[in-house]
Design a protein around this ligand. Sequence first.
Ligand SMILES: [Zn+2]
Length: 605
Amino acid sequence: MTYRSTFLTILMAISVATASAQYPGWQQSIDYTMDITLDTASHQYQGQMIAKLKNNSPDDLDRAFFHLFFNAFQPESMMDVRSRNISDPDSRVGSRIVELPEEEWGWIKVESLKVNGKAVEFVHDGTVLEVKLNSPIRAGKRTTFEMTWSAQVPRQIRRSGWMNKEGIEYSMTQWFPKVCEYNHDGWHTEPYIGREYHGIWGDYDVTIHAPKGYLIGGTGLLQQSMESSRNSGNWNFIAENVIDFAWAADPDYIHSTSSTGDVTFNFYHQANEEYDANWAALPEYAAKAMVFLNELVGPYPYPQYSVIQGGDGGMEYPMATLITGERSLRSLVGVTVHEMAHSWFQAVLATNESLYEFMDEGKTSYVTTLCMRHLFAEAITSGVPHRSSYSSYISQALSGNEEPLITHADHYQTNRAYGVAAYSKGEVLLAQLAAVVGTDARDQGLRDYFAKWSFKHPGPLELKQCMEAASGLDLDWYFQYFINTTHQIDYAINAVYEGQSSATIELERIGAMPMPQNITVTYANGDVESFHAPLVMMRGHKQLARNETLLPDWPWTHPTYSFSIPTSSPIVSVELDAARLTADVDRENNAATFDQQWQRIYQRN
Ligand SMILES: [Zn+2]
C-alpha cells in the first residue's frame, strides 16, 4: 500500500471503531507550503508560507494564533525569567539566555499576513502571534494564511539553535510560525517556556535554500537525490500527516541508512574517531527496535525515520529525532529508542502533552524499558523491569515534593517534580496495571488504545476506557487516584495467626490509595501458594495465574482485611506483592517471616 492509502485504511478502521465513542470525532487539519532561505553568515533566514487550515470543528473561530517559539531566546522572555527563578534550573538554560549578546538572540518577526487574500492585523505577544481576523473562520470552512517573516536562529540554548556543543551548525526545531491547535477542548496557545508541544496534523511541503555543500536531514521525504540537493543547495522535503517539521543542517554530516523493509532509516552524524563505531552499529539496533515496537504497540505509519546528531540531548519530532551523538553505544541506542518510541505517543496519538505530559513521556519510557531489555537481553539477566522508575517515583513521593501527574507541564514547582511525574510515575502508571488487570489485558489495552485513538489526540480517559474494555474491570478509581492525586500506596501484613492446620492472615491498608493485593505464602516443605484479593469497586478481578487462589473482594472503606487458609506445613513467610508490581512506598512492612515452630503469632510492631 502507498503511504497515503495506509493512512486512509487506518482512518477508516478508526472511524468504525469509534462510531459509538463519546469523542467529538473531528480534528483540525492544516497543510503548509514553506520556502526558506538560510543565511549562514548572519544566522538569519527569510520565510514565506501558505498555510491552509480546514476548520473541522463545529465552532466559528473569531481569532487565530501562531507559535513563535524562537522569541523565547531573548532576555526577559518567559523562558529566561522562569529559568532564572525556578529552584532547580535546567543546566542547559540556567542564565544563558539573559547573557546572550543581541546578535545571538532568537527571534521571529512576521512581516506580512493575509487571510483569504486580505491583509489582517496581528500582534507579537512574546512567543505567540495573535491574529485579529477580519471575519470569523467558519465551522467546516477552509482558510488560507499567506505569511512572510524573517527570523534569527538563536545561539543553541535549548533544543534549537546554531552551533550545538558538539559542533552541529543548525538544529532547526520549533523554528517556524506554527498555527496553534484548536481542538474539542478549545484553543491551545501556551507560551513557550520550557517544554511540550501540541499541534495540528497536516502535510508539509518545505523547501530550504542553504549554501551549497550543506547536508540537511529532517522530517519528511527528500524529493530529489541527496547529492543533487547538496550541489544545488535547494532541499525540498514533503511529509504527510505530521504535527510538526524539524530539520538540521551541517556541511560535515556523514549519512547512512538502514531499513526494516517497510521503513527506511537515515542517520546523520559528524565523523568522530571515538564514537564512529557506535554510529556504525546504531542502524541495526534501530531497525530491530522498530520491529519490536510495532509488535508491542502497533504499526509505525510513516515511511521513514531519521536519527540526526544535533540539539542538546534527545528530542522527538515526527519522522525524526535530534540527539547528541558523543555517547557510548548503550547510551546512543537508548536515546534513539526513546526518541523513536515517541513516534507512537507524541506523533501519532499526540495527546496534549502540556496537559498530560505523562501520556507521552511515561508511555514512551515504559516501551523504551521493554525495548532495551529486548535489544540487550544478554546484559540484563536479572532485575524487575521498570525498577528505576518505581524507585525514582517512590523517593519523590516520600520527599514530600511530589506534584500530581495532572499538573501542566510548564507549571510544576520544580523541574525534578516534572521529570519524575512525566517519565517515572508515567511509566509506573502502565507497568503497575499488571497488578490490577494482569499483563495480558494491560498489553492488549495498550495495543487497542493505539489502534483506536491514533490521529485523534486522546487523553487519559481514552486509555482508561481501553484498559477497561480489555480487562472487563472498572478502573475509574485507579486512574483518578494515580493521575489526579499524590496519594500513596502502602499495604502491610499486620498479623499472621498460625494454628495446627490453618492460618489467618490480617492485612492493613496504610496508604490512602487502594490497590488489589497479591499475597504469597511460602511453607517449610518448600510449597508456595499465591492468593489474590481484588477490590470491590473493580467489579471483578484480573486473570489469575495458575495456582493462584481468589479471595473475597476487599472494600476500600475497610482499613483491615483478614482471610484464613488451610495449611499442611508450617509457614515460613508471607509476602505482599512479591513480584513488585505495585509502587508500595514502604516495603519493610510487606513481609512476615517465621522460624519453623508451630503455634506462632506474627504481629507487626
Ligand atoms: Zn521523551
